[in-house]
Design a protein around this ligand. Structure first.
Ligand code: NAD
Length: 428
């Protein structure tokens, strides 16, 4: 049985040790406000029926409607979805967005489904959770193995249920269906803004930094491409099937183009080909990629990739967490002791939810922004919140992760205190 949630909460205990907080805050943040488990009947193309288990967890909504992605993956379970919803709560607070945190998912291998089966599943999932979502209540978005097409189907199903167009119910939609320009690349772009800020602060130069990227999906591939354009040397990338390495530099755009081409040929929603099919570069294993002697290791796949099994062999000087929870808490401590910088998920991957917020604002106002406007606002948010976290590290001598949590928790505490805590109500 996984216990990612237990591990995730240990990061909060560290923050609670450092700041004097009302018990109310600890209690409010210890449990999700709502956990919905649904069983979704799915008619398969051959006429048979499968029933799939899905989840929607709303962790905390004190700062606003809850926000969080939907994952289609065989390993999805209540413990994982709860952890992801918890991280979303902290992340939205760090980014200063007027949202609480949520997450959803379906335990399924989407690569085994046809496009029609995927559409039926996406619509079935929304019918199952429609009562608890809405633009002022809980707003889903894409996550692992879901994309803009799936968000478009989900939004459409919701409009049919409520009998009106409310595009603010889901973000990450295709641009022609009310999506925002810049949302596809937002997580990678936001992570690059955080890395750039860190690099500038420490007088490093992108052109002297070698980067390895684990995970070549929405977050990882866009990050690799943008970092390459910004002058960093991308020397290795991996996906679920393997990894490639080039001593000098590899071209992420070439690998992306090859994946896109294979996808178009296969007529599937998911790419069955892998970066390791590229003839241009040397093939290495996924584990070797994690242990490369590089300046920056960008983790953009799944949880628990750096654990007791491999932490002692990690050689990167800096780790950028685009994925949620890619390092377990014990390994995090080991990396901290070894002086390896970890730019934490709750800050580093907040670009995705930030542009989701911009999409929600555009949907509600009916006024759509140019890409330059989206990018300018994203940079402003990521720079501002990164500076805040980096300042806390310098002032208090704490890790980047503890500083990021402290920053987010302080905003959540502000909201909880405004409603009155035990100290307030027991005053004479
Ligand atoms: P995605 O489905 O687009 O891509 C996931 C990638 O990881 C794929 O290339 C897959 O092949 C690869 N992968 C899976 N297992 C792997 C392994 N063991 N080794 C190497 N690669 C592996 O998903 P995504 O949206 O890019 O999400 C990736 C991570 O980023 C997740 O942790 C997600 O929660 C996080 N994230 C995503 C967003 C977003 O906007 N998409 C925002 C914030 C955080």
């Amino acid at each position: 049985m996984s216990n990612i949630f237990g591990d995730a909460k240990t990061r909060l205990s560290e923050v609670f040790r450092r700041i004097d907080l009302s018990d109310d805050v600890e209690q409010r943040l210890a449990h999700p406000r709502l956990t919905l488990v649904v069983n979704i009947p799915l008619r398969m193309d051959d006429g048979s029926l499968r029933v799939l288990q899905g989840y929607r967890v709303q962790y905390n909504d004190i700062r606003g409607p809850t926000k969080g992605g939907i994952r289609f993956h065989p390993d999805v379970n209540a413990d994982e979805v709860t952890s992801l919803a918890f991280w979303m709560t902290i992340k939205c607070a760090i980014a200063g967005l007027p949202y609480g945190g949520a997450k959803g998912g379906v335990a399924v291998d989407p690569k085994t489904l046809s496009k029609l089966e995927l559409e039926r599943l996406s619509r079935g999932y929304i019918r199952a959770i429609a009562d608890v979502i809405g633009p002022d209540r809980d707003i889903p978005a894409p996550d692992v193995y879901t994309n803009s097409t799936i968000m478009g189907w989900m939004a459409d199903e919701y409009y049919k249920i409520v009998r009106k167009k409310v595009p603010g119910v889901i973000t990450g939609k295709p641009v022609h269906l009310g999506g925002s320009l810049g949302r596809e690349s937002a997580t990678g772009q936001g992570a690059l803004f955080v890395l750039n800020r860190w690099v500038e602060r420490h007088n490093l130069k992108p052109q002297n930094l070698r980067v390895a990227v684990q995970g070549f999906g929405n977050a990882g591939a866009h990050f690799a491409s943008l970092a390459n354009q910004a002058g960093y040397h991308i020397v290795a990338v991996s996906d679920s099937r393997g990894a490639v390495y080039a001593e000098q530099n590899l071209d992420p755009d070439l690998l992306m183009a090859q994946k896109r081409e294979n996808l178009a040929i296969s007529k599937m929603m998911y790419c069955n080909s892998s970066v390791c099919e590229s003839a241009e570069y040397r093939i290495i294993t996924n584990q070797e990629l994690l242990e490369l002697d590089v300046d920056v290791l960008a983790l953009a796949a799944l949880e628990n990739q750096v654990t007791g099994q491999n932490v002692d062999r990690i050689q990167a000087r800096h780790i950028l967490e685009l994925a949620n929870g890619p390092i377990d808490s014990k390994s995090d401590e080991v990396l901290h002791q070894r002086g390896i910088t970890v730019l934490p998920d709750v800050l580093a991957n907040a670009g995705g939810v930030t542009v989701s917020y911009f999409e929600w604002l555009q949907n509600r106002s009916g006024l759509y922004w140019e890409l330059e406007e989206v990018s300018r606002r994203l940079k402003k948010t990521m720079d501002r919140e990164s500076d805040h976290v980096f300042d806390l590290v310098e002032e208090l001598g704490i890790s980047l992760r503890t500083a990021a949590y402290l920053h987010g928790v302080e905003r959540i505490v502000g909201a909880i205190q405004q409603q009155g805590t035990r100290e307030y109500f027991s005053e004479d």
